[in-house]
Design a protein around this ligand. Sequence first.
Ligand SMILES: Cc1cc2nc3c(=O)[nH]c(=O)nc-3n(C[C@H](O)[C@H](O)[C@H](O)COP(=O)(O)OP(=O)(O)OC[C@H]3O[C@@H](n4cnc5c(N)ncnc54)[C@H](O)[C@@H]3O)c2cc1C
Length: 321
Amino acid sequence: MKTLVVAFEKDGRIIPAVYEVIEAAKSLGGELLTAVLAADAEAVAADLAGRGGGKVLAVSNPALAHFNDESYAAALQELISKYKPSAVLSPATLYGKALMGRLAAILEGPMASDVTGLSVDGDKLVATRPSYGGSVVADVTAVSDDAPFFVTVRPKIYSESTEGAGEVIVEMVPDSCFETRARVTDVKVESGGSQNLAEADVIVSAGRGIKGTENVGVVRDLADALSGAFGASRAVVDAGWVPYASQVGQTGKTVNPKLYIAVGISGAIQHLVGMQSSQTIVAINKDKDAPIFNIANYSIVGDLFEIAPALTKKFKQELQN
Ligand SMILES: Cc1cc2nc3c(=O)[nH]c(=O)nc-3n(C[C@H](O)[C@H](O)[C@H](O)COP(=O)(O)OP(=O)(O)OC[C@H]3O[C@@H](n4cnc5c(N)ncnc54)[C@H](O)[C@@H]3O)c2cc1C
């Protein structure tokens, strides 16, 4: 097995989900490589090498300052062609999903997305992934060795790799990799945006029970008090109360936090498939028969407009003490 992990950085720091993928890759044994592409990749490469990334291939270019599918894929093709990994892994984040799908299509390689487990059978990588909203769990493997097996790993399944002895290798790729049809010139962060849902340890989500956009703050305040991310059901997004980026569920994000608090969410199957693997689920709903209570570890039956502010106040007090 020769595994290549693709790392992503944000604001000069490697995102935590990358270290989870490195931990997953380490568990497979064999040779481990990690590719990091950035305006100044060497600045973050040493951290990757010291945390188990193995041989860290650092590609620096001003054109890599912002994520761009085309240039990232072109540069990675060069590294794949040179090092010939049998598997290429990345976190199942927005960028990871976009990039692995593109590379698998270009190189005609097999792909398994959003996997929750990795193992080795002989010399074959086996990826475990939930299908049909988690009602089927399938072990999938590549049937051909002509191209690497591309895999995205669901965040929050593996712990972060913290140590290792690696080395940094500075790589050059042809300038043609950066001659893309589209260029990202600027990135504007959405105002009021909170943590990335996929990577959050705590998520507090709002459902239609909040009644209107003027009450979004009731749930956001609770998320903030817990230093968590804010999520929402599709009903809330469809009503235009919050942006789509917050949607959890079948047609939104799949999340896997340590704590998920559902506030005024009924628990439709399309919502559950996006959050039911959360470690601890707390539901607040005034209807004692709401389906969300079937999967909740802690059920709070009552009016969210009383309970959510009371919890917010309590958590703020706890944090002050
Ligand atoms: C193809 C398809 C894809 C979909 N994808 C998604 C998806 O990705 N994500 C998603 O979430 N949904 C998705 N849906 C929609 C899904 O079926 C539900 O309609 C949606 O999840 C319902 O959202 P909700 O629970 O917020 O609203 P409701 O089902 O209307 O539930 C509101 C809840 O709030 C409670 N409530 C009301 N007032 C209070 C109060 N004062 N205090 C406490 N509780 C209160 C009510 O008892 C109720 O249980 C999809 C549907 C389809 C068909």
